[in-house]
Design a protein around this ligand. Sequence first.
Ligand SMILES: *Cc1c(COP(=O)(O)O)cnc(C)c1O
Length: 362
Amino acid sequence: MSLYKKRLKLVRGKGVYVWDEEGNRYLDAIAGIGVAILGHSNERLASIIAEQMEKLVVAGPMFNHEEKEEALEELSRFVSFEYAYFGNSGTEAVEAALKFARFYTGKKEIIAMTKAFHGRTFGSLSATWKKKYREGFGPLVPGFKHIPFNNVEAAKEAITKETAAVIVEPIQGEGGIVPAKEEFIKTLRDLTEENDALLIVDEVQSAFRTGKFLAIEHYNVQPDMVTMGKGLANGIPIGVTLTNFDVPRGKHGSTFGGNPLACKAMATTLRILREEKLIEKASEKSITVTGDKVIMTRGKGLMLGILLRESAGKYVEMLQGKGLLVNTAGSRVIRLLPPLIITKEQMLWVKETIEGALNGNQ
Ligand SMILES: *Cc1c(COP(=O)(O)O)cnc(C)c1O
């Protein structure tokens, strides 16, 4: 067994920085694809996780524990849902939402969007759009349909009494950091309500970083279910599905889901976010990258995509050489999902470094 030789090998991280095996430092503006929201090796979180390791790591899904209570209490300060189902990843959060939607409505049809990304297990993958991720794995789950993202007319045509649920990212992540239009989201809400279908909002990537706890709050719409993951426990694997319906006991579950360690990490991550007002501050630290090669910078707060006139891949490598880690979202978009603890000055350095790389290559 061997590693990909061409990849950067990371050995440690602190705050917004990571180091490779040769001791080179990088500002990590992708943070494990939006996971390290408190930065790397947060001291307060690290010591609480270490304490938890010695207190209780395993309870099993059949017992309660105070760490889960604490995680739910922290979550309740930000959102109002009746129930939270705990899994271990974004795709599990989506998988649960899809199963719950079919179970609650007794209907089969799930409507997802073109360019959507919801994960790679069979249910989530059936809602994911990109051919590259789907090809070779069929047959996928029947009953899924994709409609053009942000197209109100297509939504009106597609959503019917047959529809169990509509799943949408308020800002598409992997699809290129594309915000949903307000009219589109409002239409989805109205039509799902009219047709006794559920609106599932996938916030696995968009939570925390747009200036609100959930990106859907910018739309003044109350979804029926929300899926979360990525940064929720700052790197300890976790996924949460928020719902207003009771999850039938024993119908769906997970061995590791809601374990004391992940719950403690989640509760602490949310507490730090709240105490340090990191969500509110995300908007002030946003940047707009400009230049001849840039069509636009889109997204919100610290969830940003820089759409180029050309392929973005070579700039990811070039920026790595300049000590900045980013990745792509689609072929022409440079994606930034930096830790929320990043400073305005550091964000301005990110902007200058990207503009420098784009110009230097003319
Ligand atoms: C990353 C992502 C997922 C999948 O999460 P995993 O933890 O990789 O399974 C689902 N939905 C969205 C919007 C994502 O960005």
